[in-house]
Design a binder for this molecule. Structure first.
Ligand code: HEC
Length: 150
């Protein structure tokens, strides 16, 4: 009886692991060169206007939770991270892309979430298993927007 239950649990674990692998097809492979990702994840350049929305939308980027941004119509800006005004004069596009994709590659202790990573998380809520926070297109739109912040 006990054995039977154990077997059931194993099957459930195997099934969810299988799902993770299947869903990880949602993220594309990227290559880090120096401390950046030189190539667009989508192969195209993003849309800065859409990226501005991704940045302040509390359900997508929610960058305002931790950063100040030149988005005056939004009320609450965070101060945990650096002010992103002028970020494009401090970093190249490739460096900005890597910081949005997975800033933990630069600083493993950072509290900034990896926005484009679908595995290696601890204590992940079930609904996020196998899914990155942002889609490749949203990352590129954000990068295009951040590149306007000179
Ligand atoms: C939970 C807080 C948090 C959130 C949410 C967050 N960040 Fe960050 N971010 C940080 C912190 C803290 C740093 C400082 C660097 C570090 O910790 O390694 C940082 C650094 C950065 C940097 C490097 C800037 C610099 O001047 O060094 C960029 C670019 C950046 N974040 C972009 C974003 C974008 C775009 C979003 C939204 C998609 C975002 N961050 C969401 C906390 C956050």
């Amino acid at each position: 009886m006990k054995m039977h239950r154990l077997l059931g649990a194993t099957v459930i674990i195997a099934a969810s692991v299988g799902m993770t692998f299947a869903a990880s097809a949602e993220t594309v492979a990227y290559k880090i060169v120096d401390d950046g990702i030189p190539k667009s994840l989508t192969g195209k350049s993003g849309d800065a206007k859409a990226g501005r929305k991704v940045a302040y939308n509390r359900k997508t980027g929610n960058c305002l939770a931790c950063h100040k941004l030149p988005i005056p119509e939004q009320q609450f800006h965070g101060e945990v991270g650096p002010d992103l005004k002028g970020v494009a004069s401090r970093y190249s596009e490739a460096e900005i892309r890597l910081r949005v994709v997975d800033s933990k590659k630069m600083n493993s202790d950072t509290i900034m979430p990896a926005f484009y990573r679908d595995s290696g998380f601890t204590r992940l809520q079930k609904k996020w298993v196998g899914k990155s926070i942002l889609k490749a297109q949203e990352v590129e739109d954000l990068v295009a927007y951040l590149m306007t912040l000179k």
